[in-house]
Write a new protein. Structure first.
Length: 510
């Protein structure tokens, strides 16, 4: 977007751009979200920043009226596969908190000096400033959503001391933590949070509307009992993080005011909280721009009816890259139900969770556990079993290292040499691990079935096949979301066929 496109967005107070850029006003020294209800400033006094960290570094403080930190993140980190986009995914996942700037730079293949120069040029702020802004956002969320003690919030958000926490909150928001907590616009959650190794709390997750809850159904039909639990409007699971086991649940209530997404964290080590929040947002694709995606997909006559029926389709992410690769390798070329059965068998290799509750008592097996003995639990072609074991052994030894900081070419270079991994597997992993928005799984059986199903459902004259590309390039760069619509159409057609078969009366032979 150029300057005037952004200026028109803030003049219209367009909420879908919240979090995608920030508006700083020189005459007030304040930066805002695009939908801020304050009077639109003169264009000559406005500077736009890609990140709130850049606005902080330029000397601006956050608006107390619109609270620019209380917004979904930018979808650009998935759309952009450059160093800046990869760095932001890793920063949001807490890499700087765990490994420092040197660790972040090493993962990206640069020196810390080079990385600082690249991010400062591209985003207006270096890695430390970007991490600081992420900590401030997490701290603000906890202050206004929970009754946690300020000292616990400071360390949960990644600050090294309470003094650093107080100073940062004052610089960013021009408010003390207690004053910021007083701005909460809804009742605080029950006080579950105590200074203990494992903490429970409840938060509302911001997202851009519209929101299609189909992501919950996608996860539910693939849920592994004891590890995951899902329904049409909720999802819960256990998860292994850097400092301990965690357990969470997300519920969506379409009938409640504001249609909130309520996150209940049953247990988490406070040091892992920013990472957990980031991964849950990635899992449910909460930083997507559904209006832009739907506008592009709806322009394709093959998808228009599906988009109208399910606006705001989300692309499920992954809370553990290694787990997702194993699930993808087991699930290729078989049905979802068959893959789920195989994964239930494999889950017996996993260890018991240290924070069990509500029927969730197990952790998905680690790469070490699968490589050691877990592969013996698998059934099916020996070639597939050996491939899963080989990939698990490579991940366990560190020979195979991939994750949120990769792009599609790097995933291809790391995964394609593995036995049993082909383009479908890499594309599926790219969609769910790094949120790659423009993957089209042309050879996927469900995709082909979805195309046929949507073709049958179209009203009026059929669209000439030679006018539209079979790989849906017309809707690029959102073909991953087109794939989600095609999977949905295929599943709907399959369910309808089962229902019709059940309803057909049997002939009785006299």
């Amino acid at each position: 977007m150029d300057f005037w496109q952004r200026y028109r967005a803030i003049d219209a107070r367009d909420t879908r751009f919240d979090g995608q850029f920030y508006t700083a006003v020189r005459t007030t020294g304040i930066y805002c979200r695009p939908s801020c209800p304050a009077r639109t400033p003169k264009a000559g006094n406005v500077t736009f920043y890609e990140t709130s960290a850049a606005a902080h570094d330029a000397g601006y403080r956050a608006c107390k009226r619109c609270l620019p930190e209380a917004v979904p993140g930018t979808p650009a980190w998935n759309l952009r596969s450059d160093v800046a986009g990869r760095a932001m995914r890793l920063i949001n996942d807490g890499v700087i908190n765990r490994d420092g700037v040197e660790g972040l730079a090493a993962r990206l293949g640069y020196s810390s000096r080079q990385l600082n120069r690249i991010l400062s040029h591209e985003l207006g702020a270096g890695p430390l400033s970007l991490a600081r802004a992420s900590r401030a956002q997490t701290a603000r969320t906890l202050l206004v959503s929970t009754s946690m003690k300020a000292a616990d919030i400071a360390f949960a958000a990644g600050f090294s001391s309470v003094r650093q926490f107080n100073d940062t909150m004052g610089e960013v928001f021009a408010m003390t933590p207690s004053a910021l907590r007083a701005t909460a616009r809804h009742p605080k959650a029950p006080a579950h949070a105590a200074a203990s190794p494992s903490t429970a709390l409840t938060l509302n997750l911001p997202y851009r509307e519209p929101f299609d809850p189909g992501v919950f159904g996608f996860l539910a039909v693939r849920a592994i009992p004891g590890i995951e639990e899902g329904s049409a409007n909720s999802y819960a699971r256990t998860l292994r993080l850097a400092h301990g086991d965690a357990r969470f649940r997300v519920d969506w209530d379409a009938g409640a005011p504001g249609r909130p997404l309520v996150l209940t964290i049953g247990a988490v080590d406070l040091r892992d909280l920013p990472t957990l929040l980031s991964r849950i947002r990635r899992l449910l694709d909460l930083d997507a721009d559904p209006v832009a995606i739907d506008n592009a997909l709806g322009s394709d006559p093959r998808l228009a009816a599906s988009v109208a029926a399910a606006p705001g389709m989300r692309m499920p992410g992954a809370v553990d890259p290694q787990e997702l690769l194993v699930r993808a390798m087991i699930g290729q070329q078989i049905t979802v139900a068959a893959a789920r059965t195989a994964l239930i068998q494999l889950s017996a290799a996993g260890s018991e969770s240290l924070v069990p509750a509500d029927g969730l008592h197990r952790l998905f097996p680690t790469a070490e556990q699968i490589a050691g003995a877990g592969y013996e639990l698998l059934r099916g072609p020996q070639r597939r079993i050996d491939a899963v074991r080989g990939a698990a052994a490579a991940m366990a030894s560190g020979a195979l290292d991939f994750g949120y900081g990769d792009d599609l070419p790097s995933l291809e270079s790391k995964l394609l040499p593995l036995a049993g991994v082909g383009p479908w597997t890499v594309g599926y992993v790219a969609m769910r691990v790094i949120g790659a928005p423009d993957v089209f799984l042309a050879n996927d059986a469900a995709v082909r079935n979805g195309i046929r199903s949507l073709g049958r459902d179209q009203q009026g004259p059929a669209v000439a096949g030679d006018l539209l590309a079979p790989d849906f390039r017309e809707v690029s760069p959102w073909r991953s979301y087109a794939t989600m619509h095609l999977w949905r159409a295929a599943a709907g057609a399959q369910a309808a066929a089962r229902s019709a078969k059940t309803a057909t009366p049997r002939k009785v032979t006299p």
